[in-house]
Design a protein around this ligand. Structure first.
Ligand code: NDP
Ligand code: 8X3
Length: 251
């Protein structure tokens, strides 16, 4: 079995690669940070005795995505599971004060990147009349919150695309699952606040957030259901989070 995981250099994608490898999958790990991919690949190979292929590309660049996928050796082309995980939030501000570069990064990564990767991998699955596409959405794709505008819009797009893909993939026996996490402590907040570590810690003060491994376990559980079962959509939050805007914090 082969899993292709985007954004496997950190956080949820990295934890997902780990759990699939632990369960005997050969893994294709992708991301922009080549050194991290190489180090992680050595770790997966030596720990789990699986084969690992690294693909170093930026999901925002269609040519890079196509070149990377076209370079996959024949024996790696039978991809069973695609995890569309690469994504980010950048900035947190009102529409009238928003930074347009931040908007472009989020739209290009979370929507267009997911589309580019899916457009190149889905035909490989269609040839096999089997596969599973797992999209990482967000609670921000189900609700909106103050200053989350463009990030929330990109994740609402992922929600819509997951529902649409499920229809398009139906005749091809390809499952489509959307997993929508609430707060998970990864590098996400450091990226959102552009390296400001003090600000990045604030959302998690006084609460126990989810860990990347919690989401990875959920992804693996979805991927390991019997052939006739598809998990369509999951919202998963820390126990202390009721929805996108209501969190119970110890003072
Ligand atoms: P991290 O910042 O820890 O990891 C993000 C991953 O995405 C990295 O591996 C990064 O790799 C990759 N990535 C980002 N931009 C690009 C790009 N342009 N091209 C290729 N890869 C890219 O964040 P998380 O693990 O938390 O986030 C993973 C997904 O989960 C995202 O889609 C996020 O929106 C979603 N999510 C996160 C939540 C949270 O609270 N943490 C909650 C709900 C959803 P590299 O930089 O090496 O390219
Ligand atoms: C990440 C979770 O609540 O910061 O998608 O938008 S949140």
């Amino acid at each position: 079995m082969i899993a292709f995981i985007t954004g496997a250099t950190a956080g949820i994608g990295k934890a997902t690669a780990e759990i699939f490898a632990k369960n005997g999958y050969n893994i294709i790990i992708t991301g922009r940070r080549k050194e991290r991919l190489d180090e992680f690949s050595s770790h997966l190979k030596s720990t789990y005795k699986v084969d690992v292929l690294t693909l170093n590309f930026d999901v925002r660049k269609l040519k890079e995505v196509e070149t990377a996928v076209n370079s996959i050796p024949a024996e790696w082309k039978n991809i069973d599971v695609l995890v569309n995980n690469a994504g980010l939030a950048v900035g947190l501000s009102t529409i009238q004060e928003g930074d347009i570069d931040d908007w472009e990064r989020m739209i290009d990564t979370n929507i267009k990147g997911l589309l580019y990767v899916t457009r190149t991998i889905a035909p490989l699955m269609i040839v096999n009349n089997s596969g599973h596409i797992i999209n990482i959405g967000s609670i921000a794709g189900k609700e909106v919150y103050a200053n989350g505008n463009v990030y929330c819009a990109t994740k609402h797009a992922v929600d819509a695309l997951s529902k649409s893909m499920r229809i398009d993939m139906l005749p091809h026996n390809i499952k489509v699952t959307a997993i929508n996490p609430g707060m998970v402590e990864t590098e996400f907040s450091i990226v959102r606040f552009k390296g400001d570590e003090d600000r990045a810690k604030k959302p998690y003060l006084g609460i126990e957030p989810l860990k990347a491994e919690d989401i990875a376990e959920t992804i693996y559980w979805c991927a390991s259901r019997p052939a006739h079962v598809n998990i369509n959509d999951i919202i998963i939050t820390p126990t202390v989070q009721a929805n996108a805007t209501t969190t119970f914090r110890k003072s």
